[in-house]
Design a protein around this ligand. Structure first.
Ligand SMILES: *Cc1c(COP(=O)(O)O)cnc(C)c1O
Length: 414
């Protein structure tokens, strides 16, 4: 097989995928535009504040928009939430008291273990605060809902569900599947609060977890909802009481959501959300291209090019460290920023394995931009790829990287 032909086939797959996807993108765009109009966004909302940030109408209106778009009673969308990990930890820590139990479906995203404190004493963690913690060893393929109902008890305060695979080689949960898990959990224990880690999931489908019964959810603005423009931040959306507690913990009780200057350019957060449905579509198209091309070369990918998607993550099983590193370095090489830099594995805060990351991005570390990362973990050397802001960039970067790998003799064309 010649590479040009494989690239052509992968590009066809990407186009077919795009045609099927248009309806979801239009629906999501319409949802965002309706919220902008309902909340009467005007030029004043795009201005910034300083100091305490009292009466910051840009910030407050944006939170109303987030609540409407994601179908929650309330939203906390702040640049003072420094990352997805912070948003998720904040959502959990603010709603758990000593003696309460948190149950995770499966194992959480790597960086959350320190916030939970389940892998060793960690100052300030949930376990140190006296929260009890368990994981349900859920089989995401078999999808036996008895594992859910048997995994929680009347004492479980919060059931946490992670939509995306994160750094686990497992199927990402479709919103419909999240709904079935929630229904099972709540029919057995109506009082249980369901939290969803929605990182990488926003706008991939035409519904979000709150529409299928989740009580609240959280995510990062340098992923999907920031649309590639938001320079930082995180959000929590859902039930009013749960969001209010998160706000009181982010700042402090009494001042909660009333403070927090926006300092920077509010336009980036508004325009980022406006762009997000389309940008997520670009990331997905590149992911499908990557899946199709690497499948064509005989590599195992998750999801496959034809599979339904519920997040923007494309898993690639390299099976060899040199291949993993070469691909990562290629993605960096074909980036608009820091293209001359060579990514190497390093001890990243919050992760157990060393992590290698290619992110030649405009916003540092933004994984809604073309990027890939992996815990350097034998024997599978799985890599997780994010397709970026432009399908054209995705195609060029992946195609050129694979060509370089073939030229170096790392991949053979049989
Ligand atoms: C990225 C991610 C996080 C953590 O977000 P950061 O912004 O990297 O801290 C948590 N959960 C999932 C599923 C993620 O993909």
């Amino acid at each position: 097989m010649n590479l040009d032909k494989l690239i052509e086939n992968a590009a066809e797959k990407m186009q077919e995928f795009g045609l099927k996807r248009t309806a979801v993108e239009e629906a999501n765009f319409a949802k965002v535009l309706a919220a902008f109009r309902a909340c009467r966004v005007s030029e004043i909302n795009l201005k910034t504040t300083s100091g305490y940030g009292y009466g910051d109408v840009g910030r407050d209106t944006l939170e109303e928009i987030y609540a409407q778009v994601f179908c929650g009673e309330a939203a906390l969308m702040r640049q003072q939430i420094v990352s997805g990990t912070h948003a998720i930890a904040l959502a959990l820590m603010s709603n758990l008291l000593p003696g309460d139990e948190l149950v995770y479906l499966g194992t959480p995203y790597d960086t959350l273990h320190k916030a939970i404190g389940d892998l060793g004493a960690e100052p300030g963690s949930l376990l140190e605060m006296g929260v009890k913690y368990r994981e349900i060893d859920f089989d995401f393929e078999q999808f036996d809902l008895r594992q859910v109902t048997e995994g929680i008890t009347a004492d479980t305060k919060i059931l946490a569900i992670q939509r995306s695979k994160g750094y686990n080689w497992r199927k990402s949960l479709a919103v419909e599947e999240i709904g079935r898990i929630i229904q099972a959990a709540k029919s057995a224990y109506p009082e249980v609060i369901v939290f969803v880690d929605n990182c990488y999931g926003e706008f991939v489908e035409d519904r979000e977890p709150l529409e299928v019964g989740a009580d609240y959810m959280a995510g990062s603005l340098i992923k999907n909802p920031g649309g590639g423009l938001a320079p930082c931040g995180g959000y929590i959306v859902g039930r009013q009481d749960l969001v209010d507690r998160a706000a009181a913990r982010l700042t402090c009780p009494g001042i909660a959501k009333e403070v927090g200057a926006s300092l920077g350019d509010q336009r980036l957060f508004y325009q980022g959300l406006y762009m997000a449905p389309q940008i997520v579509g670009e990331a997905l198209r590149s992911a499908v291209f990557a899946a199709a091309l690497l499948q064509g070369l005989g590599f195992e990918v998750l999801p496959t090019a034809d599979a339904e998607r519920s997040d923007i993550i494309q898993g690639i099983k390299w099976g060899r460290e040199d291949l993993l590193l070469a691909f990562c370095q290629g993605i960096q090489k074909y980036s608009p920023v820091d293209s001359f830099v060579t990514p190497l594995p390093w001890d990243m805060p919050g992760y157990t394995n060393q992590v290698v990351m290619a992110a030649g991005t405009f916003v540092a570390g933004a994984s809604i931009e073309l990027s890939c990362d992996a815990p350097v973990a034998p024997p599978d050397y799985n890599l997780y790829f994010q397709g970026g802001l432009s399908r054209y960039h995705g195609k060029v970067a992946i195609g050129s990287t694979v060509r370089d790998m073939i030229d170096k003799g790392l991949i053979s064309l049989e």
